[in-house]
Every structure is written in structure tokens, then in C-alpha cells.
Design a protein. Structure first.
Length: 131
């Protein structure tokens, strides 16, 4: 569950929940396999069906998390909810992609994800509070 008394705290909690999934190397490996299968004519239709089924089964969870992120705000902007999801997921995925590179090949200044998470929370918080 998304927790926190302030919007910034809730964004940080939301990040932790999504990062547990999207910053996991197993997720990246799964997506690589799925993308490869979706380009193969022999498996592409089944891959599309599998992705649709996964998205449908995950939708209630993501809707609950978004509701918790917005702390029960009446009718929050769905575009803002989607933006928050993609921003948080994108940062988590960047963390994963950098983590699988050898340390000496990573761009300078890209390893402080705790600071980036805090900055993202501070940037999103006023938008969420105003929703």
C-alpha cells in the first residue's frame, strides 16, 4: 500500500512499490523475451494476447495504488495519474538499466537514485496536492 502523510511521502512510497517490480532484473529479462517473441510471426499473436491479459490482471492493482497516491482525492486528473506512473516507472527502469552496466561504463553522476527519487517526489507533490 502507498503510505505517507504528505504527497511527497506518498510519491516516495509509490516509487518504492513500483521499483520493487520495475527495477528488478527479472522484469527486464521478461520484457526482452516478450519483445523478441512479439516480433516473431510464429509467436507474435500469443505474445500480444499474453501482454493484454497481464495488463488486465494488473489494472486493479495500479488503480488502487493511484487512488492511494492521491489519498482519496475526488476525481483526480487521469493524465496526472498516468504521468506519475510513467515518471516513477521510468526512473525505476533507469536505475535498473544503469545497475546492469559495469560501474566504469556508467555516465558520471547517475548513481544517486535516492536523491533523484526525493527530487521526483518534491516535483510531483504539488501537482498531486492540487489534484
Amino acid at each position: 500500500h502507498v503510505t505517507g502523510d504528505t504527497a511527497a511521502d506518498r510519491v516516495a512510497s509509490y516509487f518504492d512499490i513500483l521499483a520493487a517490480y520495475y527495477a528488478d532484473p527479472a522484469w527486464l529479462a521478461f520484457m526482452q523475451v516478450l519483445l523478441n517473441l512479439s516480433h516473431d510471426p510464429a509467436t507474435s499473436q500469443r505474445s500480444v494476447e499474453m501482454m493484454a491479459a497481464m495488463n488486465a490482471s494488473a489494472r486493479p492493482l495500479f488503480e488502487r495504488l493511484a487512488s492511494e497516491l492521491f489519498a482519496g482525492a475526488e476525481d483526480p486528473d487521469p493524465t496526472l495519474a498516468e504521468f506519475a506512473f510513467h515518471a516513477v516507472r521510468g526512473l525505476a527502469m533507469s536505475q535498473l538499466m544503469l545497475s546492469v552496466n559495469p560501474p566504469d561504463s556508467r555516465p558520471a553522476g547517475t548513481s544517486d537514485f535516492a536523491a533523484m527519487k526525493a527530487l521526483l517526489a518534491r516535483l510531483l507533490a504539488p501537482l498531486i496536492d492540487g489534484a
